[in-house]
Design a protein around this ligand. Structure first.
Ligand SMILES: [Zn+2]
Ligand SMILES: [Zn+2]
Length: 372
């Protein structure tokens, strides 16, 4: 059988990990050496993964992408494996749905042809594809269960809100999806608020941020309020990563937007991607994160994973998801305001044999997993 090795201990092939300032061992409250010792103690067929999961402060990944449906680079099976390796109990697949296309509003979206308009296929991938009824080796006591959500990250579209509402209704109430996140990626001119290159010399940054905070974020919250399956507005601090807009964003704008959002049954997301990047670049969390930590009653958190981080493609020189999960846990621990959003959903469960899931050679196939 293949020895179990936690993913973060197998990343030494990345070369120089030393410039990553966070202590990755803190993720489970153990140093990497202690994890190795612990593993050797409990050895094979243990409930190590469950014990690891019990120590997690944040035990879900509610925001992430795949190669199958949008702009991620990893297959669903790898993401599930990664979740198990990190002791994550609940995992959502939230590939991009392009509302500008759904609403018939023709714009050149950043996500282009990668847009995810086939939720049925995702649902199939999470059930039929992973099912292996012939696998009799799976024994409950030696396996780890990951609950999986078929979700979508849908763009808010200021000009086509009724069509957006109808689309969300179709996917959640009668369609195949368990949940959705709403994100404001574009302004009303179809420019991606995260990218300076989308804004020409004649663009007015004041106007863009005003529209974003005063109109779009509150309107997106109002739509989310209509659906129990839409509980999250993702990365509201996204424009802060855009040098064209960043200097025009004030704390007051965030506070006013937060007051609006508080009227609705929705939580803002602390996005660990934008959060961690900002910390590494600026040495501090985004202003949006700080407002969330200090003034929101509660918030949720997403890693916004696009890739697992195998050698050569690694953000921050370590496993991308793991670093972001760590950042989420720091925020959750410091503030005590973190709320899980997948907990209340009725999700399919994937059972993963402990002795196979954490194989280091990535030779597992989707048939190694079983749903039940
Ligand atoms: Zn997004
Ligand atoms: Zn995303």
């Amino acid at each position: 059988m293949t020895a179990f090795r936690p993913l973060h201990l197998s990343r030494t092939d990345d070369g120089d990990n030393s410039d990553f300032s966070l202590d990755r061992g803190e993720i489970t409250g153990l140093t990497p050496e202690e994890i190795v010792t612990r593993y050797e103690e409990v050895n094979e067929n243990s409930n190590f993964l469950r014990e690891m999961a019990d120590q997690r402060i944040v035990d879900e990944l509610s925001h992430g992408h795949t190669a199958g449906f949008s702009d991620g680079t990893d297959e669903i099976a790898y993401r599930i494996c990664e979740a198990a390796q990190n002791g994550v109990k609940r995992l959502a697949f939230t590939d991009h749905g392009d509302a500008t296309s759904i609403s018939g509003h023709q714009r050149q979206g950043y996500y282009g042809e990668e847009q995810f308009q086939t939720p049925d296929l995702l649902r199939d991938a999470l059930t039929d594809t992973l099912l292996d009824e012939n696998d009799s080796d799976l024994r409950k006591e030696y396996s780890f269960d990951v609950e999986v959500a078929a979700g979508m990250e849908i763009d808010f579209d200021l000009d086509n809100q009724e069509k957006l509402i109808q689309y969300i209704h179709n996917q959640l109430e009668t369609g195949p999806l368990d949940m959705m996140l709403i994100s404001v990626h574009y302004d009303s001119e179809g420019r991606n608020v995260g990218y300076a290159k989308d804004f020409g010399p004649n663009a007015d940054p004041e106007k863009v941020v005003e529209e974003y905070f005063q109109e779009m974020i509150p309107a997106a919250a109002e739509i989310a309020d209509k659906f129990p399956g839409v509980t999250t507005l993702a990365h509201w601090d996204r424009p802060e990563g855009n040098p064209f807009l960043a200097d025009h964003i004030t704390r007051e704008m965030y506070e006013d937007a937060l007051d609006q959002v508080k009227k609705y049954d929705v939580v803002l997301e602390f996005n660990a991607k934008t959060g961690l990047r900002n910390i590494l670049n600026q040495g501090h969390p985004t202003l949006g994160s700080r407002v969330l930590f200090e003034e929101a009653d509660e918030f949720t958190g997403g890693t916004d994973t696009h890739r697992i981080g195998r050698s050569g493609k690694v953000d921050y020189k370590v496993n991308e998801t793991e670093a972001r999960l760590h950042e989420l846990e720091r925020a959750a621990e410091e503030t005590g305001k973190f709320v899980p959003v997948l907990e209340d959903l009725d999700l399919d469960s994937v059972r993963i044999p402990v002795e196979r899931v954490c194989s280091n050679n990535e030779s597992f196939s989707v048939k190694d997993f079983e749903t039940h």
